[in-house]
Design a protein around this ligand. Structure first.
Ligand code: PBG
Length: 324
């Protein structure tokens, strides 16, 4: 049967009918709100390439957690900007490091109402800006693993709810799982940045976190863009090593990878709607070229439709405004 017996428009006639038949719902509790917390500042510092976003002083981090909850968002993802960087990333696993302090502040202020996730990486703590130890110009895999394990344990000691390793070192999930278990944190889940691409979309983040590599690029550890098969392998390996959830990052240009993840694995799929994706929307909206709320909703619905269960997004900050 076809037209004129079949008329697709019959089910689109009223708003109520369209809403009744809607299969994809954006729920703020599926969104994760990133926070950049900086050591040694007293006031919020605006991030110019990410309008509406700031680097947050420790004294304001609890207020940020509450602001997330007020938007209906249940979870935050912490990134730290330390006062000092070196070649060993010492401040990344310090008990009194900026992220460890922020975790304690957030848990004190929000308790179990808020899920606190912390990014486990070294790039923000290394003077050279790479995600691991550098020797003779090469980013070392195995010696970096031990540091990543230490960072994860130091976050767990501070009370973090979930750790999110993003360094793209081989074996990082197994190492972190083992380190957490040995330290008595067998209940701390790992959200693995499994399919993380070397991407131009991280530009504004690197300005925000001061983590641009001082030499070379991240292409020897982050994935190259043209091979979906490699993404499947990364995700499979991370799950085998003990990842509780897997992430695809960036999201907008990688919706096919999100769909692949959903079709192939039985773990929650997380999409990271990264800084460059956010900044493009903000810049076009500021020029009056697009409608920010409509576009934001459309982008996030697209990610959900592709298969994302959770979305890390800077738009979570004002979820209420574009959700309603
Ligand atoms: C750390 C890390 C990065 C992002 C998240 N974790 C930067 C990078 O890999 O260079 C990017 C997030 C964003 O762009 O929003 N490795």
């Amino acid at each position: 049967m076809s037209f004129p017996t079949v008329r697709m428009r019959r089910l689109r006639r009223t708003a109520a009918m369209r809403e009744m038949l809607n299969q994809i719902h954006l729920n703020p509790s599926n969104l994760i709100y990133p926070i950049f917390v900086e050591e040694g500042i007293k006031k919020h510092v605006p991030i110019t390439s990410m309008p509406g976003y700031t680097r947050v002083p420790l004294s304001q981090v609890a207020a940020e957690g509450k602001a997330a909850l007020a938007q209906g968002v249940k979870s935050v993802l912490l990134f730290g900007i330390p006062a000092k960087k070196d070649e060993e990333g010492i401040s990344a696993y310090a008990t009194d490091g900026v992220v460890q302090k922020a975790i304690r502040e957030l848990k004190k202020a929000c308790g179990d109402e808020l899920v606190v996730i912390s990014d486990v990486c070294l790039c923000e703590y290394m003077s050279h800006g790479h995600c691991g130890i550098v020797k003779d110009g090469e980013i070392q895999n195995d010696s970096t693993l031990e540091l990543l394990g230490r960072i994860a344990v130091s976050y767990a000691e501070a009370g973090v709810d979930i750790v999110a390793p993003s360094a793209m070192m081989d074996g990082q999930i197994a190492t972190i799982r083992e380190a957490l278990d040995e330290a008595g944190y067998d209940q701390t889940p790992i959200m693995a940045y499994a399919a993380k691409y070397a991407s131009g979309f991280y530009g504004p983040f690197r300005e925000a976190a001061e983590s641009t590599p001082k030499f070379g690029n991240r292409r020897s550890y982050q994935m190259s863009q043209g091979s979906p098969q490699e993404a499947l392998r990364e995700m499979e390996l991370d799950i085998a090593e003990g990842a509780d959830m897997i992430m695809v990052k960036p999201a907008l240009a990688y919706l096919d990878i999100i769909a692949l993840a959903k079709a192939n694995f039985n773990v929650p799929i997380v999409a990271y709607n990264v800084s460059g994706e956010y900044s493009m929307v903000k810049a076009a909206a500021a020029n009056g070229w697009i409608d920010e709320k409509t576009i934001t909703r459309e982008i996030l619905i697209g990610m959900k439709r592709a298969g994302a269960d959770l979305i890390i997004t800077y738009h979570a900050k004002d979820a209420k405004s574009w959700l309603t």
